[in-house]
Design a protein around this ligand. Structure first.
Ligand code: BG6
Length: 482
């Protein structure tokens, strides 16, 4: 009666994922304005700026800003896309830099040269039958929106974002069928400047500011979904969550309750984007913490009516938590959200927990919760690679990480989950968002560039390049042969 699922879907969107500020470089080319990330230095200040504790509105002498050149995708995109095509990519996730289109964010007219750049990139992808998957905002705002408007603190951002999104839909309606509004929308609550261009003022009620900004992004996202559905009826538009299931440190119910709180802290925003209303636990949290959202009369109706078509998410690690303050001291880093060290799991060189099974658990949790197609739009291992004299990189550790995650994705597919595709993070080495380093590499393609900006930018295929090419060629059939 029921049929066993024996393969990845035929149209599974294998590919890779990037963000404009981490690959493009050419930071002032052809009329582009400065973005928030263009003024984010490397070193210890980076974290303070990301958290909104220190402003960074102008380049400072002696600081290094890695996005200025990044890997110069802006001038080398043809070579890079040819390499993606050689691996057999079916999709390529990228973001548009808002400041290429509206250099100051509130300009009256869009910048034609910026629009033309993305036309050229999309055409190049489509030439190889690679579907562009486009994030409208992946962390980088035109810096003048942060400086002059206070970023997403300000309601005015909603209409500026809507206008920007509509320009993209209108221009690229025949080229782009997969969209996402905000990258890792829940990041706003943890890295307010990265996620929302917020710098806190002295004495400001941080929670009030954050949740009001989150509300603005949610309304803006709903308006973009509305416009996308009206302007490109055959497109899909999704949300994007920094995901990762959590485990209780022990079987103590108090530990399990901490897990629920931790997961809800992540889910809360996409609960709204996907289900169309603030969940009860969020309303209770607002009331008990004295948070009063300023709503426009139409807001709740907009949120209700314009929900997303799919759930995009990143998965790098699972987390672990406890109600015991002593256990909580035993922390390791993660993709911004730290975790209690899980004694059953290893960690990466950057302290991120490695948990392939967590990928299957996360897929199941998200599908149970939303019942919408999932798109795994980020996953991968950041590691230091060694370029060998014969011009290759033996990145067996990366192959091992991906291989174990793909096996769990195949399990999730057999669990009956509708997964649209998988784009691994940084298919070509790029600038790390967290640290600004180049040496934290995720790619199948090595880029000759160092932390200090030195290097030739030459592209070199790693061992994983050939391995991923084989996985795609077989549409992951090896994960179903047991
Ligand atoms: C995600 C972001 O949080 O993680 C990416 O969407 C980021 O922009 C990726 O690069 C990996 O994090 P990091 O800090 O290793 O670059």
């Amino acid at each position: 009666m029921f049929k066993k699922i024996t393969k990845f879907p035929d149209n599974f969107l294998w590919g890779g994922a990037t963000a404009a500020n981490q690959i493009e470089g050419a930071y002032l080319a052809d009329g582009k304005g400065l973005t928030t990330i263009d003024l984010m230095p490397t070193g210890p200040k980076r974290n303070q700026v990301s958290m909104g504790n220190l402003d960074s509105f102008g380049p400072e002498e002696g600081e290094f800003y890695p996005s200025h050149e990044a890997i110069n995708f802006y001038h080398r995109y043809k070579e890079d896309i040819a390499l993606f095509a050689e691996m057999g990519f079916k999709s390529f996730r990228m973001s548009v830099s808002w400041a290429r289109i509206f250099p100051n964010g509130d300009d009256l007219e869009p910048n034609e040269a910026g629009l033309k750049f993305y036309d050229d990139v999309f055409d190049e992808l489509l030439k190889y039958d690679i579907e562009p998957v486009v994030t409208i905002c992946h962390f980088d705002l035109p810096v003048s929106l942060a400086k002059n408007y206070g970023g997403w603190k300000n309601r005015k951002m909603v209409s500026l974002f809507e206008r920007y999104a509509k320009i993209l839909f209108d221009r690229y309606k025949n080229k782009v069928k997969y969209w996402m509004t905000f990258n890792e929308i829940n990041m706003l609550l943890h890295l307010p400047y990265t996620g929302a261009g917020i710098v806190f003022e002295e004495g400001e009620d941080k929670q009030q500011v954050l949740y009001q900004a989150a509300h603005h992004e949610l309304v803006a996202s709903a308006l973009a979904v509305k416009a996308c559905h009206e302007m490109i009826p055959d497109a899909m538009i999704g949300c994007m969550l920094a995901a990762g299931n959590a485990y209780p440190y022990s079987s103590n119910p108090e530990d399990y309750w901490e897990v629920m709180k931790m997961e809800r802290d992540s889910y809360f925003l996409i609960d709204v984007q996907s289900k169309g209303e603030y969940p009860g636990y969020a309303k209770r949290f607002f009331i008990e913490n004295g948070i009063e959202l300023q709503l426009e009369p139409e807001d709740l109706e907009l949120l209700r009516k314009h929900t997303v078509d799919y759930i995009g998410f990143s998965y790098y690690s699972s987390r672990c938590t406890s109600a015991d303050p002593e256990i909580l001291k035993n922390f390791t880093d993660g993709n911004v959200f730290g975790s209690v060290i899980n004694p059953y799991l290893e960690t990466s060189e950057w302290g991120w927990t490695i948990d392939p099974k967590g990928m299957r658990i996360t897929c199941n949790q998200l599908y149970d919760r939303y019942n919408k197609p999932l798109f795994i739009v980020e996953n991968g291992l950041g590691a230091q690679d060694i370029l060998l004299v014969n011009n290759t990189v033996e990145d067996d550790y990366r192959i091992d990480y991906l291989d174990r995650h793909f096996a769990e994705i195949a399990e999730a597919i057999q669990d009956g989950i509708d997964i649209m595709g998988y784009t691994s993070w940084g298919p070509i080495d790029l600038v790390s968002n967290g640290t600004g380093e180049m040496k934290k590499r995720y790619g199948y393609i090595y880029v000759d560039r160092n932390n200090d900006g030195s290097g030739t930018l030459r592209r070199i295929k790693k061992k994983s390049f050939h391995w991923y090419k084989e996985v795609i060629a077989k549409n992951g059939a090896q994960y179903f042969q047991k």
